[in-house]
Design a protein around this ligand. Structure first.
Ligand code: FMN
Length: 309
């Protein structure tokens, strides 16, 4: 048995640190709170879990239908249905305390103040190892434009969260932008420890018979294999222009996909939509990465990060 080193430090500059035993994480909104899968797969083997997007108050989500399949993926308009941060702290975090892997809470606010309040509430909660900030949310006070669509707004959210928490801070980039590198740099300047990308791409599906949009919310977020090459190129562009760790996400379904993202410069990867078809997909991907390393005689994952960049 060879000894491979797949461990990853996702927040090397952060005092509290964020050490993963391997680079395979689950993407927010596709793996619940992890607790739902604890009986189904050996979750302790995962690098980390990012839990469902969490808001200050519980949210019922968007009108049905909320999910429709596309040629190579899924379009969703879940609308951030979640139990709210207080229930998460009361009911979920105490379970995570007993787990050996880090659980990172994905947060979403409707204003900068809400993001800051969420960060402050989570800061000292045992069982919470980091925060991932979802900036793909309409900024109500700026006419509904996503926080993630402008360097200024994205940096303002990051800075507001940073002053309220010492937890490792990951900011998740929106792909629905014109210059993702400019936004990434603004976010790092504002204090992010790591970046994750990408969130879903905006899209819609129409049913010709009913002549109506299929989703109750009209538009939704596209994920799965459809978005893979777009996500890969964004990760490549961002990773070669920033100094903090980058977490790749978008249509990763196989070990090969994961290796592509790692070679594009990602220090870790997130598996999302692939979990719907196969809950064991993240662990199959981990096994595949290990096999690749053994076959190629690579002992350290770090040798592969950015190998294609
Ligand atoms: C049903 C569903 C719910 C999601 N919920 C969230 C969420 O709450 N917060 C977030 O940042 N991203 C959310 N996402 C986006 C995913 O975390 C991921 O960024 C995206 O789906 C691309 O990865 P994938 O192609 O592997 O699914 C969601 C995606 C899906 C499909």
């Amino acid at each position: 048995m060879t000894s491979l080193n797949l461990s990853v430090k996702l927040a090397p500059e952060n005092r509290r640190g964020l050490l993963l035993s391997n680079p395979v994480m689950t993407a927010s909104g596709t793996f619940g709170y992890g607790t739902e899968y604890a009986e189904v797969i050996d979750i302790q083997r995962l690098g980390a879990i990012i839990c469902k997007g969490t808001t200050l108050k519980p949210r019922p989500g968007n009108p049905q239908p909320r999910l429709v399949e596309t040629a190579g993926g899924v379009l969703n308009s879940i609308g951030m249905e979640n139990i709210g941060v207080n229930a998460l702290i009361r009911e979920k975090a105490p379970i995570w305390v007993g787990w050996s892997l880090p659980v990172i809470v994905n947060i979403l606010g409707e204003s900068i103040t809400e993001y800051a309040e969420l960060a402050s509430l989570l800061n000292e909660v045992p069982g919470v190892s980091g925060i991932e900030v979802n900036i793909s949310c309409p900024n109500v006070s700026a006419g509904g434009i996503e926080f993630g669509a402008s360097p200024k707004a994205a940096a303002a959210v990051t800075a507001a969260v940073k002053v309220k928490t010492t937890l490792p801070l990951i900011v998740k980039l929106s792909p629905n932008v014109t210059d993702i590198v400019a936004i990434a740099n603004a976010i790092i300047e504002a204090g992010a420890d790591a970046l994750s990308l990408i969130n879903t791409l905006k899209g819609m599906v129409i049913d010709p018979l009913s002549r109506r949009p299929v989703l109750g919310n009209i538009s939704g977020g596209l994920s799965g294999p459809d978005i893979n090459p777009i996500a890969l190129y964004m990760v490549y562009q961002v990773a070669r222009n920033v100094k903090v760790p980058v977490i790749g996400c978008g249509g990763i379904a196989t070990a090969n996909d994961a290796l592509e993202f790692i070679m594009a410069g990602a220090s870790a990867i997130q598996v999302g939509t692939a979990i719907f078809a196969n809950p064991n997909a993240p662990l199959d991907i981990l096994d595949g990465i290990e096999r690749f390393m053994e076959d190629e005689g690579v002992r350290e994952l770090s040798e592969l990060i950015g190998a294609a960049a």
